[in-house]
Write a protein that binds this ligand. Structure first.
Ligand SMILES: Nc1nc2c(ncn2[C@@H]2O[C@H](COP(=O)(O)OP(=O)(O)OP(=O)(O)O)[C@@H](O)[C@H]2O)c(=O)[nH]1
Ligand SMILES: [Mg+2]
Length: 224
């Protein structure tokens, strides 16, 4: 059975969020998926202690984007090849995927294409927002993959790119702000229509008349 963190146990009522969004965290074993996700709730205070993940671990995080509350359901998955079939279970209905590599291990960068291929083959959402995260950027002297290489890969695959360090708690909130903002932008311009079954996005609170008018104006101004 998947595990849930204590922050996720608090039940949310319909009025608590505008959009609930499912986000999965992927990448080879040891790149720092669990360490990054754990940092979301400890504000960098705890010493990092992880063991290899064997099943999806659920974390909840709520963010304000353009006055809307985005409730992220974040699934930290297992990177080990032996658990790949378990990891694939979490692809279903994912609105966004954060794909992580370790800047000190080129093999984890070389695996990125296979993570993208796997996601494409097994996800139900062809419009999932993709973010590439280069982790362990604190290990400057051990760096094996340059910033430019990471950015180039991201650009080629229409992904946003971000460098993080779970060790130093660098850019962890930015990572979530980035995915939430991108998902919300897509909803706003109408390129994604929330549907929990296919794209993992659930509408909570109904937008007020003035908010609906705002969205309508934004859609018509971008010509979507
Ligand atoms: N220096 C440094 N070490 C890190 C960082 N992130 C994670 N680590 C270390 O990398 C090791 C693996 O981290 P995990 O978070 O367990 O990796 P994972 O991607 O969840 O691995 P699986 O669960 O097996 O898929 C641990 O020893 C972490 O302490 C980082 O940003 N900097
Ligand atoms: Mg893990």
């Amino acid at each position: 059975m998947p595990s849930r963190t204590s922050s996720a146990r608090k039940s949310m009522t319909v009025a608590d969020y505008d959009y609930a969004v499912k986000c999965i965290v992927l990448g080879d074993s040891g790149v720092g998926k669990t360490s990054l996700v754990q940092r979301l709730n400890d504000n960098g205070k705890r010493t990092m202690k992880t063991t290899p993940t064997v099943e999806g671990i659920y974390h909840a995080k709520s963010l304000k984007i353009d006055q809307r509350t985005i409730q992220l359901s974040i699934w930290d998955t297992a990177g080990q090849e032996a658990f790949r079939s378990v990891t694939r279970i979490y692809y279903r209905g994912a609105s966004c995927a954060i794909i992580i590599y370790d800047v000190t291990r080129r093999s984890t960068f070389n695996s990125l294409q296979s993570w993208l291929d796997d996601l494409k083959a097994h996800s139900s959402n062809s419009k999932a927002v993709l973010v590439l995260v280069a982790n362990k950027c604190d290990l400057v002297d051990e760096r094996a993959v340059s910033h430019e290489e990471g950015q180039l890969f991201a650009r080629r695959h229409q992904m946003s790119y971000l460098e993080t360090s779970a060790e130093k708690s660098t850019s962890i909130n930015s990572m979530l702000e980035l995915v939430s903002q991108e998902v919300y932008n897509n909803i706003k311009i109408g390129s994604i229509v929330p549907n929990p079954e296919s794209n993992g996005i659930r509408v909570g609170r109904k937008p007020s008349a003035s908010e609906q008018e705002d969205e309508r104006r934004q859609k018509s101004s971008c010509g979507c």
